[in-house]
Design a protein around this ligand. Sequence first.
Ligand SMILES: [Ca+2]
Ligand SMILES: [Ca+2]
Length: 159
Amino acid sequence: MAKLCLGYSVFSIFCLAGSVFGISDTLYMEITTETDDVKFSDSNDCKVSVYLNDDIAGKVYLDNPGVDDFKLGATDVFSKLKASVPLQEIEKITFLVEGGGDAWRLKRFSIQFFQGDKKTDLISFPANISFSKEKSDRACKQKAVFSVRPPQKQLLMLK
Ligand SMILES: [Ca+2]
Ligand SMILES: [Ca+2]
């Protein structure tokens, strides 16, 4: 009996922790970037992160460990990124670039959200933005921040 109670208690605590901290319903994002294929579009030292609405503290870095991301003309997929804002409250998606002596040119990106066994549609955005906080390696205007708004709330529905 004592063993059964102990088992039950541990299970309860786990369930409680799950509901309090939202372990079971963590919202994840998958972001796919297309680096432009025109000269100098690739980057070796831009530190790229993405955040939702104005929650800069909740930013997640786009970096696949051991992979040379943002090569010329490359498509990079960044998975299991934690979303810091509930799905229905997302109004803005912002790319932030820190550093960047070697600018990065983003042609397009897409984003999809996952929660449990459900997911949203894939939403795709044109960008055509060159990023660099420090200096340019292209004769065009550099930005360090780029924001888009999801076009329709229906696209942010889990299915
Ligand atoms: Ca570059
Ligand atoms: Ca990397």
